[in-house]
Design a protein around this ligand. Structure first.
Ligand SMILES: O=C(O)CCC(=O)C(=O)O
Ligand SMILES: [Fe+2]
Length: 336
């Protein structure tokens, strides 16, 4: 069935977030791949969010990045402020509590973060002539806290990063298949994409809560999709369904969350959903989470695919480049 037809059939409210088993993610059997892509397609059209199990990122790699996140955020504020994102090109580095505001109606996000983008696993192999990691609208190298403050941080954080980037690279062909496109469709559009990762820390919020100041206010993500690790045992993430009801997306042991962002929504004329979500930490203890945002190269135009347009479903968005889109959103988030 056509994508537009499937989208009409599946246009119903969701009450929970589905779990998808990725054990066949590396399979070359076309039947297995199609089956997996069909599950992904269903989740992308109905919910825009799904959990993945058997994602292949080793538990010790996850435990190590969590430890580093805890140590980093426990540093004295002035040490973290040495790499404040406002001092760096393009928002890399540390963002203190309330410095961002994802919901334009909100009063600031009650989270602190550390953000960085693509960096080769082996710096000795980086070709100085190749400016791919620093080219494009969002140019700017990463900044890291001093090794004196937090030895081993960069290495252990990058170990998780590269494992998760690898998973993201394996997801793109499946998303293409889910859209009835050749599996290589995104290859030439994701040559130099930033793959931005954030370590996030949400202090607990207790007592009466001002709904305008929560962990992260209601928002959609801006890229193609996000791979999100959330700390086990702490409910905070909520996803908005079309009845405007907040559906909890609690951490499920052994899984990651994958959610779609605005670039996919624009490309698919909203057939793939970029679903509104937020996080509130009412647990009474600190909460950590780690999103990694996968976009296309910034010069790629976000044009609706022909299979996602029909006379009843005309294009919903003006065509702009991925870079223009993301940059505009970043400025709005940090200019509150
Ligand atoms: O911390 C979370 O669970 C969600 C984070 C998030 O939505 C984001 O950073 O875009
Ligand atoms: Fe988000």
């Amino acid at each position: 069935m056509s994508l537009v037809g499937t989208a009409q059939l599946l246009d119903q409210d969701f009450q929970d977030v589905p779990v998808i088993d990725l054990q066949n993610i590396s399979s070359t059997d076309p039947i297995r791949r199609r089956k997996l892509a069909d599950e992904i397609r269903d989740a992308c059209i109905r919910v825009g969010f799904f959990y993945v199990k058997n994602h292949g990122i080793p538990e010790d790699v996850i435990n190590a990045v969590l430890e580093e996140a805890k140590s980093f955020f426990a540093l004295p504020l002035e040490k973290k402020m040495e790499i404040e994102h406002r001092k760096t090109p393009n928002f890399k580095g540390y963002s203190p509590l309330l410095s961002g505001n994802n919901d334009p109606n909100g009063g600031g996000d009650l989270q602190e973060g550390f953000e960085f983008g693509w960096e080769s696993p082996d710096q000795s192999k980086v070709d100085p002539e190749d400016d791919s990691s620093t080219s494009g609208v969002m140019a700017g190298a990463n900044v890291w806290p001093s090794e004196d403050y937090i030895p081993g941080f960069r290495e252990r954080v990058l170990r998780y990063y590269h494992a998760a980037v690898n998973l993201g690279k394996m997801m793109f062909p499946l998303f293409a298949l889910a859209l009835d496109l050749p599996e290589a469709f995104f290859d030439d559009k994701t040559q130099h994409s930033a793959a931005l990762m954030k370590l996030l820390h949400y202090p607990p919020q207790t007592g009466p809560i001002d709904e305008r100041v929560i962990g992260i206010g209601a928002h959609t993500d801006w890229e193609c999709f996000t791979i999100l690790w959330q700390e086990p045992g702490i409910q905070a993430l909520q996803v908005l369904n079309s009845e405007k009801k907040w559906i909890n997306a609690p951490p499920i042991p052994g899984t990651l969350v994958i959610n779609l962002g605005d670039q996919f929504a624009r490309w698919t004329n909203d057939i793939f959903k970029s679903t509104v979500h937020r996080a509130i930490n009412r647990s009474g203890v600190r909460r950590y989470s780690i999103p990694l945002f996968f976009g296309t190269d910034y010069n790629v135009k976000l044009e609706p695919m022909l299979s996602c347009i029909s006379p009843e479903r005309p294009p919903k968005y003006e065509v702009i480049t991925a870079g223009e889109y993301v940059k505009g959103k970043l400025q709005a988030t940090y200019s509150h």
